[in-house]
Design a binder for this molecule. Structure first.
Ligand code: SAM
Length: 201
């Protein structure tokens, strides 16, 4: 696995590979449709920055992309470097990478968000934390998109994120599902701020 990551990174540096992403073309289209016009957009789970850069080119304002950017055997985070080089190659100026655990970053993030894309740790508790903590920062009328809510062409395995979607996201009183394609679900936030994020579904 490590060797494959190194080979992909070298090929990327030589412009033989593009940054990788599990998003389908249809999912990216839907994301861009809802992100357009956002003044503050947040992606949780950046990986190699392919979606982050595409979002940055679509939004009117700034995008913050959060990732732990874990390091490989030589202490290097290839995904972080790939994301940063990709951003520079595309001449994108409105994209900021934030290195850290999404939960810790959420507590420090002050702004009211227009567009939120959740695609980080897919375990049940992590998705619940991202949905509740970050969801409470999205303004009423704003958008939350979540990846891996259903089995899709790029993901044939059942994930905890799908269980959380079925058990909680679909029934949240503060957000309503308005669109979706493949494994992506899109919600419009109805109300926020008044909720205690830890009590929210
Ligand atoms: C599926 S990838 C993201 C893909 C990306 N959104 C895209 O469209 O290409 C998931 C990413 O979440 C990151 N991640 C996992 N747990 C995290 C956490 N607790 N906080 C922040 N990022 C995390 C991983 O490092 C990984 O890069």
């Amino acid at each position: 696995m490590h060797m494959r990551a190194v080979v992909h990174f070298c090929r990327f540096l030589l412009s033989l590979d593009q940054p990788r992403s599990q998003l389908t073309a249809a999912e990216l289209d839907v994301l861009l449709k809802y992100a357009r016009g956002a003044k503050i957009a947040v992606e949780i789970g950046c990986a190699e920055g392919k979606t982050s850069v595409a979002l940055a080119q679509a939004v009117a304002g700034r995008i913050y992309s959060i990732d732990i950017f874990s390091r490989g055997r030589f202490g290097i985070s290839y995904s972080e470097w790939t994301a940063k080089i990709h951003r520079r190659r595309r001449g994108v100026k409105n994209l900021e990478f934030v290195k850290g655990d999404s939960k810790a970053v959420a507590y420090q993030f002050p702004d009211l968000i227009d567009f939120l894309f959740i695609d980080a740790d897919h375990s049940y508790d992590a998705v619940r934390a991202d949905w509740n903590l970050w969801g409470s920062k999205v303004r009423p009328g704003g958008i939350i998109a979540c990846h891996d809510c259903r089995i899709g062409p790029n993901n044939r395995n059942c994930l905890d994120s799908m269980r959380f979607y079925e058990e909680h996201m679909r029934h949240a009183p503060w957000a309503t599902e308005i669109d979706g394609v493949d494994s992506l679900a899109v919600f419009r936030v109805l109300s926020t701020g008044a909720h205690d994020p830890l009590q929210m579904q």
